[in-house]
Structure formats: structure tokens, C-alpha cells
Design a protein around this ligand. Structure first.
Ligand code: SF4
Ligand code: SF4
Length: 101
């Protein structure tokens, strides 16, 4: 499930550098999350890094974009094909995930 940024966004930019997948960019009105790149931080954090820093709770779960942890692991591997450390974490089954908090 990808996260989305809602209209309460005040364009502070705090979330953008926190995303491990460069999924967040400045849009015309508010910041945007590319659902093709959001992996819910699986493999990198055990929480939503964007949501954790947002001062106005504008980074929210998007129920219309539900994905399983397995799907998000596959997405992360596709986004980071050369990241041996990430692959090793997934192979070992020992990786941070919001699904395992
Ligand atoms: Fe990026 Fe994680 Fe936020 Fe998704 S949940 S947009 S991967 S920081
Ligand atoms: Fe918008 Fe929140 Fe990101 Fe700031 S941290 S740009 S308010 S979504």
C-alpha cells in the first residue's frame, strides 16, 4: 500500500529527503508520493519515514493502494537492484517493516 499526501500539506519539504526510494517530490500545490516507488519503507524502516516527520499529518495510508509485505519487498528489490545489503536483509528474513511492529 502506498502512502499519499493529502491537502493539509504545508509544503515544508521535510518528508522528501526521508524517503529511501525518492518517491516524494514537490508538486504544483502540495508534495506528492509516487505510488510506484512507495514501499511503505519496508526493508529500511519499521515505520513510515515520511509520516514520522510530517508536522501536519499529511502523509497518510492510502486504502485504495493496498499491497502485501511480499509485494512491497519485490517492489523494493526492483527499485534497488544493486543494493546487496538490502537483498541480504530480505534473504535472511530479518528486515525492518511496518508489518512487523
Ligand atoms: Fe517513502 Fe516510506 Fe513514505 Fe513510502 S512510506 S513515501 S517509502 S518515506
Ligand atoms: Fe507536506 Fe508533510 Fe511533506 Fe511537509 S512533511 S512537505 S507538510 S507532506
Amino acid at each position: 500500500m502506498a502512502m499519499k499526501i493529502v491537502e493539509e500539506c504545508i509544503n515544508c519539504g521535510a518528508c522528501e529527503p526521508e524517503c529511501p526510494n525518492q518517491a516524494i517530490t514537490a508538486g504544483d500545490d502540495i508534495y506528492l508520493i509516487d505510488p510506484e516507488k512507495c514501499t511503505e519503507c519496508v526493508g529500511f524502516n519499521d515505520d513510515y519515514a515520511c509520516q514520522a516527520v510530517c508536522p501536519v499529518e499529511a502523509c497518510q495510508r492510502d486504502p485504495e493502494n493496498e499491497e502485501t509485505e511480499e509485494q512491497l519487498v519485490a517492489k523494493a528489490l526492483k527499485l534497488h537492484p544493486d543494493d546487496a545489503e538490502l537483498k541480504g536483509k530480505f534473504d535472511s528474513g530479518n528486515f525492518p517493516s511496518v508489518f512487523r511492529k
